[in-house]
Ligand binder design. Sequence first.
Ligand code: ATP
Ligand code: ZN
Length: 283
Amino acid sequence: MKTLKIAIQKSGRLNEKSVELLKNCGLNFENYKSSLISPVSNFPLEILFLRDDDIPEYVQDGIADLGIVGENVIQETEVEVSYLQKLGFGKCSLKIAVPNTLPIKNLSELDGKSIATTYPVILGKFLKQKGIESDIRTISGSVEISPGLGLSDAICDLVSTGGTLKSNGLKPFADVMSSEAVLIGRKGSENEDLIKELIQRVQSVLRAKETKYVVLNVEKAHLPEIIKLLPGVKSPSVVPLAEEGWVAVHTVIPERDFWERISQLKQAGAQGIVVMPIEKIIL
Ligand code: ATP
Ligand code: ZN
């Protein structure tokens, strides 16, 4: 069997979460900052630590079978890879931002203005689609200081909290794309069975993150109301308690509307609610 290779970011915003995800998949490997390749001891897999910008091409060219990288980088490099799974971390948006003092309201007013960015491909497509002709200035970093230095009228950069924009006297003006980390694969890769196995492990970890395991006690008389509040669960386990007329209900609740659901359960008579994290859900 051929050893699979997965490329992840060596250091930066996606490194820690990528390593954590792979470890949660039960993969055993050393995470030395100095090494470029780390073998996994309990799965036929090697981990390549790379700059994120190189990951899409390495996967496209078959140097790695899989990769974890931001959607923004994939779109900017215009490679042919398969999107296998969104991973729910590294969330950010690519936005056009302008100085607080620039009096513009409509997108069309960017016509003839200069925009500094490290994402000329994505920005170029966006402007073209909107029929706007701006002067795209491609720079390699520190985009946010460009208007202050008089290098451009506006910028197009990744934003998560908006703090960097604010501290540079800029305000978000238009959304170009939203992005998160994704698992990508090479189109038509051999090793399909191993890849499938790995994707299933990743999905079981992600599913577990979206849910909590809940145990609660309730008087038998209130059980129907409690069960009604647990949609999506085929049948919660109901276990009799030592105290006559009481049962314990074991179930899984989505993280999304967790607190709302808990307060409804309490109102319906649930007591002694215990909530536990789930490690994996294997379907
Ligand atoms: P490398 O040294 O690997 O080239 P980098 O400096 O290009 O790293 P990072 O700043 O570590 O990249 O960002 C990696 C990815 O994290 C981005 O491509 C993006 O998908 C995601 N990301 C999430 N939030 C942000 C943010 N606020 N700013 C920039 N990137 C973000
Ligand atoms: Zn990079």
